[in-house]
Design a protein. Sequence first.
Length: 85
Amino acid sequence: MYKQLIWSVTNGIERKDFKNGDRLPSINKFSSHHQISRATVEAGYLELGKLGLISKSHGKGHFIVVKNHPDHPFAHTQMFKSLYD
């Protein structure tokens, strides 16, 4: 289930629904809105953080981090090439 969350966020970045610095819904809000467990949302957010697509600011939330840098894990994909055209 958390893979769907990851797909949803990465797809949102690709479609430019999310931009650098955008705040994601809180874990509680996301889980209640989509009727999934907090643990699932936490796992998805954790994986997105490991991929370098979001960052967590303690007490403030999770934010989109889109980097146009060759070392970014998705830098060579069509998604990231098109984000900065």
